[in-house]
Design a protein around this ligand. Structure first.
Ligand code: ZN
Length: 313
């Protein structure tokens, strides 16, 4: 008899002051043949909605009768931040993606991380973490962490091989356990999310072919650029940011000194800051796709240095 089935489980976290029970919802899609358990999470940051919709469509796109192994899907890893459309958890202001492995006796966000670590990250054989640019910015790249083939199978044009990956991320648990893992940064900034969702779904299906969960050869990724150096450009002052490089330039290159945006003081109208491309040749990793209110220190631009990049044709 086939083992294929779909199960929805609730992972309890705690009871909120409102009396509402906080739980994470895990969709287990068990294939007909034994194989790896691939975990995929969305909305570790609550304002990154592309991954949530990619996971919903992925759950319908796969047929467990034809799968080897299982999918464990957590579409909304931080429900309170998703509800509030905020990067961090509004009740304690912590960033879930800096507090792993979490703490059962700690802050609320640490409790969520602890539940994810114990009930999800410690039990999967591969892990894919879906992120996006959040409420303001548009982003398009994939991290290379410990399985370059997995990262490249997403087919994104830009990849990033960080020398020192962030600690406290959900992926830090996967790296410590030595299981293949990958963080995908896709979409955001409320620009044409539909096209990014469609791309994200295709990319996840290709990654599942690479991991052997669904049948077929993975599609070759095409031309890819692996960045080793990314400059994160944060405004030193707040104000109204008016971009001079549009959303169509995401993943493309711009020359040194190119004005990326001007920030105006909204009260006095004076030009408070000009943001320029820093490298001789700059790959646009993250950008502001439209006029935005920015605060000092926001993620305004991420720009890759093409001079130190590896190009795969
Ligand atoms: Zn994120």
């Amino acid at each position: 008899m086939s083992q294929a089935q779909r199960i929805v489980r609730r992972l309890p976290v705690t009871t909120l002051a409102s009396g509402c029970e906080l739980a994470l919802v895990l969709h287990e899609i068990r294939g007909s043949r034994p194989g790896p358990v691939v975990g995929i999470s969305g909305a570790v940051h609550g304002d990154e909605t592309v991954g949530v919709e990619v996971i919903r469509r992925l759950s319908h796109a796969v047929n467990p009768e034809e799968m080897t192994g299982s999918l464990w899907l957590i579409p909304v890893a931080n429900p309170l931040a998703y509800e509030a459309l905020t990067r961090n958890t509004p009740l304690d202001m912590h960033n879930l993606n800096r507090v792993f492995p979490g703490d059962r006796g700690g802050w609320l966000t640490e409790k969520i991380a602890d539940t994810l670590t114990r009930e999800f990250l410690n039990k999967v054989d591969a892990y894919i973490d879906l992120h996006g640019g959040g409420a303001l910015a548009l982003v398009d790249y994939v991290y290379i962490l410990n399985d370059e083939g997995l990262s490249r199978s997403f087919g994104s044009r830009l990849l990033y091989r960080p020398e020192h990956p962030y600690e406290g991320t959900s992926n830090s648990i996967a790296r410590t356990r030595g299981i293949p893992c990958c963080t995908v940064e896709l979409g955001g900034g409320w620009t044409s999310e539909e096209s990014y969702v469609q791309r994200g779904l295709r990319a996840c299906l290709n990654a599942l072919r690479y991991l052997g969960v669904i049948r077929g050869e993975p599609e070759p990724p095409g031309r890819q650029v692996v960045l080793r150096e990314i400059a994160t450009i944060r405004p030193s002052v707040g104000g109204t940011l008016v971009p001079e490089v549009g959303a169509n330039m995401i993943t493309r290159t711009v020359p040194q000194g190119q004005v990326l945006a001007r920030i105006y003081n909204p009260h006095t109208f004076e030009e408070a800051e000009v943001i320029r491309a820093p490298f001789p040749d700059n790959a646009m990793v993250l950008l502001m796709p439209d006029i935005r209110r920015v605060n000092p220190g926001d993620y305004a631009y991420m720009v890759g240095n093409m001079a130190t990049a590896e190009v795969y044709e």
